[in-house]
Design a protein around this ligand. Structure first.
Ligand code: UDP
Length: 312
């Protein structure tokens, strides 16, 4: 049985990855320090004989006894309000945490996939964003702690690949949504859905003309799974290329939830990217991957989850 270590296992993406690897017949070690993760996300896995949980901070030395075949590094605060509140932890988990896990991969001869992000493109001047675009990041702006940690992560991962011949994979993840997002993580979808359910105004930042491209979590996990098992070591975008303005997105959620609440406009946060859309040519041709779940279906499933969470 192949053994996989998943860091950030109690988080949104980490917990869905744990589910997928368990389903595929792997032995999964989930690791999390629980600063933004929640054990509820993996409670259903805890009784399984093929799942183990380590409460550990990956910025400290990581010890795993015995053999290890794969590592997926998904530990990090990932929503803008989380990394604004925890800037130093964000920088450390992307840099020191990645270094520890690359060292572990080298020692165990394990293949490692690291979670990078569309944030490495910053507020992009090129649209849509292909992997060749170098980005437009304000390193000392409020988002710089996340963006630069992830840019460092990509650099050190490629260095371990080139110098130590570690089998590395880098996924650049674009906006993703689905069940197990935190209601209070401040991102557009949980904010809009919880506001609709709690009878509060829908807060659109700026004039709502900024764009995002939202990928349903099961599609994203499938892209990551395929990338891990591929032999492609350069960074790869995985995301849904259907682009929408944030105002349209808010309107879709108002229609879906049937709320009487209205949109109110709040100031646009500093360095908020004006547009974001992945070029997924590489994922299509190299992984044979593209998203399957359209937004209407993904939003319905996610709304069910938020309704249950809020007891509505
Ligand atoms: N946003 C918004 N209202 C909210 C939360 C977010 O209008 O209550 C906007 C935010 O300014 C950004 C977009 O929605 O332009 C997506 O934000 P999110 O935090 O979900 O992710 P980002 O893509 O910025 O990392």
């Amino acid at each position: 049985m192949k053994k996989v270590l998943i860091t950030g296992a109690a988080g949104f993406l980490g917990s869905h990855l744990c589910d997928r690897f368990i389903k595929e017949g792997y032995y999964v070690i989930g690791m999390d320090n629980l600063i933004t993760g929640n054990m509820d996300n993996i409670a259903h896995l805890m009784p399984l004989p093929t799942f183990e949980f380590y409460h550990h901070d990956v910025t400290k030395y990581v010890h795993i006894p015995g053999e290890l075949h794969y590592i997926l590094h998904f530990a990090s605060p990932a929503s803008p309000i989380d990394y604004l509140k925890k800037p130093i932890q964000t920088l450390k988990v992307g840099s020191l945490g990645t270094h520890n896990l690359l060292g572990l991969a080298l020692a165990k001869k394990a293949r490692i996939l690291v979670a990078s992000t569309s944030e490495i493109y910053g507020d992009p001047n090129v649209h849509p964003q292909s992997e060749e675009y170098w980005g437009n990041v304000n390193c000392v702006g409020p988002r710089g702690v996340y963006d630069e940690a992830k840019r460092f992560q990509e650099a050190i991962t490629m260095a371990y690949h080139n110098i130590h011949h570690v089998e590395t994979r880098i996924v650049r993840i674009f906006n993703t949504y689905g069940p197990r997002m935190r209601l209070d993580d401040g991102r557009a979808l949980p904010a809009f859905m919880s506001q609709a359910l709690e009878g509060k105004d829908i807060t659109v930042f700026g004039d709502g003309s900024q764009t995002r491209s939202f990928c349903y979590v099961a599609d994203l996990v499938d892209g990551i799974y395929r990338l891990l098992l591929s032999d492609y070591a350069l960074p790869m975008n995985v995301g849904n290329p259907v682009e929408i303005t944030i105002k349209q997105f808010a309107e879709e959620i108002i229609a879906l939830t049937g709320t009487d609440q209205k949109i109110v406009y709040k100031p646009l946060p500093q360095d908020d990217p004006k547009q974001r859309c992945p070029d997924i040519t590489k994922a299509k041709s190299i992984l044979g991957w593209q998203p399957k779940v359209d937004r209407a279906e993904g939003l319905r499933i996610t709304y069910q989850y938020f309704k249950e969470k809020l007891g509505k």
